[in-house]
Design a binder for this molecule. Structure first.
Ligand code: NAD
Ligand code: SAH
Length: 414
């Protein structure tokens, strides 16, 4: 069942899980409740999420709820082998290894679903795609799915609008307590953690170019400014571009920004955001990385084609010498820099995202057979409960409206 040979790494993985367990209070309380009520009793859950300590704890929480867990990663470089080993030792069916090639990655996805899952937890839609292509005969067993990230929602929307989607999917990413915190503050912090620990260079005084000013881009730009960088934003959406400008960032097309940047971070969910026409304009020594979904935002394949020499500089830093003599440095093969070259978002952030995952999965189990086959918003009471409980864990209390204020706000006649 367990695919990797490094079971000896389990104690190190267990320590990592123990550390996050102490910093994920919402999941602690959900674990207690699930242990009592067993909402997933008799159900198989297939999960494809970064195999990292916080995800491991989510797997434990779902197992405590009675689920038979089948887990794999959602990115070949983000799997931490010691964490996978610890999960295997706990009896969770885990199929994941760091650095697998595309074929092995797909095999792991297949092994996660080939027993016919009832609930699917996806990060990016890879399991959904496979269920709807190669495992369609198993799809009638699926009660529903939960999707963790923006790009996964885009892919599922395309399936829904083409009439292909065969089970209801809860849009975890779109919950307020997910994208407003995970995508913004989680990505904002963990991207810089990934860049800094990989390069060990100063950010202050440099020009950082951030492509995309969505939830992730706002966080990455905000934290770059905090480090003392001059920040340039590139966008394709006029409203987001305006927002970036009024937030005090320089806004310009990528072709122009290419000449100025010392560090480039793409967070668009799009492809070919930085390509050859920009590479040739970049400064010698420019650093390029991506924190959006796939490794196609920076056209690494294009860079490979035009480079005259390629040399690994340090772990996760590949240098490319262009025909003009300049070196460009790509971090983590252009894959998510915060996860392929770091531990991803901090525990307190994933506590919120995964609380929504766990409660949404419970909602699917409770409403088996009653939900329409379409994309479904996270119920508002789940979103609000997560915010309320998170405030309590942070020792923050807030005001409540009295009757007079409620009447005032509900009145049209002043
Ligand atoms: P979003 O939709 O809020 O923002 C994306 C922004 O990129 C939009 O404003 C869009 O106009 C802009 N954009 C699109 N194409 C562009 C282009 N070619 N050039 C410049 N700007 C462009 O999405 P988001 O929630 O910020 O997520 C962005 C990506 O990051 C998605 O792929 C998502 O799955 C991924 N994500 C990664 C992490 C992580 O841990 N690294 C966390 C959350 C989301
Ligand atoms: N399949 C994609 C995954 C997109 S990753 C890929 O190619 O890598 C984006 C998602 O990762 C975010 O929505 C965020 O919730 C999740 N994430 C960030 N840090 C994480 C962590 N430490 N553990 C698990 N998931 C994490």
């Amino acid at each position: 069942m367990y695919d990797i040979k490094n079971i000896a790494l389990a104690p190190s993985g267990e320590k990592k899980i123990e550390w996050v367990r102490r910093n994920m209070p919402l999941l602690n309380s959900i674990e207690k409740e699930f242990s009592k009520n067993k909402p997933f009793s008799g159900l198989k859950i297939a999960l494809s999420v970064h195999i990292e300590a916080k995800t491991a704890y989510l797997c434990e929480v779902l197992t405590a709820g009675g689920a038979e867990m089948y887990a794999t990663g959602c990115n070949p470089l983000s799997t931490q082998d010691d964490v996978a080993a610890a999960l295997a030792q706990k009896g969770i069916n885990i199929f994941a290894r760091h650095g697998v090639d595309a074929q092995q990655y797909k095999e792991h996805l297949e092994r996660t679903i080939q027993n016919g899952p009832n609930i699917i937890i996806d990060d990016g839609g890879d399991l959904a795609e496979l269920m709807h292509t190669s495992y369609i005969e198993k799809i009638k067993e699926v009660i529903g799915g939960c999707e963790e990230t923006t790009t996964g929602i885009h892919r599922l929307r395309a399936m829904e609008s083409q009439g292909i989607l065969k089970y209801p999917v809860i849009m975890v990413n779109n919950a307020k307590c997910k994208h407003m915190f995970d995508n913004r503050y989680g990505t904002g912090q963990s991207v810089w953690d990934g860049i800094n620990r990989t390069t060990n260079l100063i950010v202050a005084g440099k020009t950082v170019v951030v492509a995309g000013y969505g939830w992730c881009g706002r966080g990455v730009s905000m934290r770059a400014r905090g480090f003392g960088a001059k920040v340039v934003v590139t966008e394709i959406d006029p409203v987001k571009a305006l927002e970036a400008a009024m937030d005090g960032f320089s806004v310009m097309p990528m072709e122009q920004a290419a000449e100025l940047g010392d560090i480039f971070v793409t967070v668009t969910g799009c492809k070919n955001v930085i390509t050859e026409k920009e590479f040739v304009k970049m400064k010698n020594g420019a650093i390029l990385c991506n924190a959006g979904h796939f490794n196609v935002e920076v056209d690494v394949a294009g860079l490979e084609r035009i480079a005259e020499e390629k040399q690994e500089q340090r772990t996760n830093i590949m240098g490319y010498r262009l025909p003009n003599g300049n070196w460009l440095y790509v971090l983590a093969e252009g894959r998510l820099v915060n996860l392929a070259s770091g531990d991803g978002h901090p525990a307190e952030i994933m506590d919120m995202s995964f609380a929504i995952q766990a409660l949404s999965a419970e909602y699917l189990a409770k409403n088996r057979g009653k939900l329409e086959t379409r994309l479904i918003a996270v119920p508002e009471d789940i979103d609000n409960a997560v915010a309320e409980k998170k405030l309590v864990t942070m020792g923050i209390s807030i005001d409540t409206l009295d009757q007079e204020q409620l009447d005032y706000l509900g009145n049209w006649k002043l």
